[in-house]
Write a protein that binds this ligand. Structure first.
Ligand SMILES: [Zn+2]
Ligand SMILES: [Zn+2]
Length: 136
């Protein structure tokens, strides 16, 4: 049985980049979370800041793993554990040179065609504070 990464209770698979955002099935896109830490108030579906933190840390992992400028399908398959067919479908809009797909295109696409940065998290923190103050 899968266990929650935070508390150890039985867990579901959470997709860091949601399937509805273009997220795909591969290990780096998964977090294992119990109902409370997944769908609860402090989980990524209800807490925008946490959602962004998960996404930013996934993007950083991708940046750490993919250090070359170009990657071939076979390399991506073994580095990221994404099957070949999926990679080809995913990147068919991008040109593949003889060296492969461009690093920046790969990361952008795997993040659901978005680039995340620290500012987005800061903005969501400010928004949280404002919401909190208006509630009080
Ligand atoms: Zn939990
Ligand atoms: Zn989820």
């Amino acid at each position: 049985m899968l266990k929650c990464e935070i508390c150890g209770n039985p867990a579901d698979k959470h997709h860091i980049v949601y399937k509805s955002q273009g997220g795909i099935e591969f290990p780096l896109n998964f977090r294992y979370l119990c109902t409370h830490h997944h769908r609860g108030k402090t989980g990524p579906h209800k807490n925008r800041r946490l959602d962004l933190e998960y996404k930013l840390s996934m993007q950083r992992k991708l940046e750490d793993i993919l250090i070359k400028e170009f990657y071939l399908v076979e390399e991506l398959e073994s580095l990221l554990k994404i099957n070949k067919g999926m990679i080809k479908r995913l990147f068919k809009e991008y040109k593949q040179s003889d060296k492969g797909y461009k690093r920046s295109d790969i990361i952008f696409k795997l993040m659901g065609r978005k680039k995340y940065d620290e500012n987005m998290i800061l903005e969501s923190k400010i928004l949280e504070e404002v919401t909190f103050k208006t509630r009080v």
